[in-house]
Structures are given as structure tokens and as C-alpha cells.
Design a binder for this molecule. Structure first.
Ligand SMILES: [Zn+2]
Length: 146
């Protein structure tokens, strides 16, 4: 199942915004300040919590697309079907165990378990590639802050 997908990460939207900021010429002595990295849409800063204990897990601005999509539905080898969302980071997750390539849903990525740091509920998996990593978190185990 893994071989069907090619790794193709979509670059974050900050890049195009940064280009636009550079257009105005600056006096030589003016120091460029780091552009505001906060997303303009307050919805993107929304916290995503563990559905079991309400601890903060990640936020909407960490949502990324992997293999052409942000949300994926996959069966595991036992026939259980999971719908996951992909996030660049999930600071509320503990990772557990050694990463393995077995039955990986993403070609070229090894995985290990991702648990809620507070209540240790299984929330999904961390995927480790060649120098990069992301989290695939189970939609049913999360709740979005409203
Ligand atoms: Zn929890």
C-alpha cells in the first residue's frame, strides 16, 4: 500500500509572503527584521487537543500535506481503518518505541507510536524520513478547540 504514494511535501505558505516583503528597496543601514511568522487567520492558531484528557497536542498552523493530502485514511494489517491528519510537529505527543519501516503508510518513512504526553492515550504515529519527520494523528482521538 505504501508504494502508491510519492513523497511530495507542499512548502509552507510563509515563503511567498516573504518574497512580497522584499520588493521595497531598503536603505543600506536598515536591518531586515524577521517577518511576522504568526498566521494571519486566527483559525490557524487554533489548538488541537487530546479527546481523552483535553491536553494541548498541536495546532492548526502545524497542519501539513504529505503525499498530496493532509487527511489520509488507511487500513492497518489487522483490518482496522484509521483516518489521520498530518502535522509538522505535535509538542503534546510523546514518541514511543523504535521506528520501524514495517507496513508504513508513507513510502520512505519509518514510524513509531505517538502518545498523549498527559494521559498516554495512543494518538497516532510519528513518521521519520531522511532528515525529516512529521506526525500522523488519528482524527477520532483529537478534538479541535472552538
Ligand atoms: Zn490525553
Amino acid at each position: 500500500m505504501a508504494g502508491r504514494y510519492e513523497s511530495n511535501r507542499i512548502p509552507p505558505p510563509e515563503r511567498s509572503r516573504r518574497h512580497a516583503l522584499r520588493r521595497a528597496p531598503l536603505p543600506a543601514a536598515t536591518k531586515l527584521t524577521e517577518p511576522d511568522r504568526q498566521p494571519q487567520d486566527p483559525g490557524l492558531r487554533r489548538v488541537i487537543r487530546c479527546a481523552a484528557c483535553a491536553a494541548s497536542v498541536t495546532s492548526e498552523d502545524q497542519a501539513i500535506a504529505v503525499d498530496h493530502g493532509h487527511t489520509h485514511t488507511f487500513p492497518n494489517p489487522h483490518g482496522l481503518v484509521f483516518t489521520i491528519r498530518c502535522f509538522a510537529t505535535a509538542t503534546g505527543c510523546l514518541t514511543h518505541g523504535a521506528a520501524t519501516p514495517e507496513f508504513s503508510w508513507f513510502a520512505g518513512y519509518r514510524w513509531r507510536l505517538a502518545l498523549c504526553r498527559e494521559c498516554l492515550t495512543h494518538l497516532g504515529w510519528q513518521y521519520l524520513g531522511n532528515g525529516d519527520a512529521f506526525f500522523g494523528l488519528i482524527v477520532a482521538k483529537l478534538r479541535s478547540e472552538t
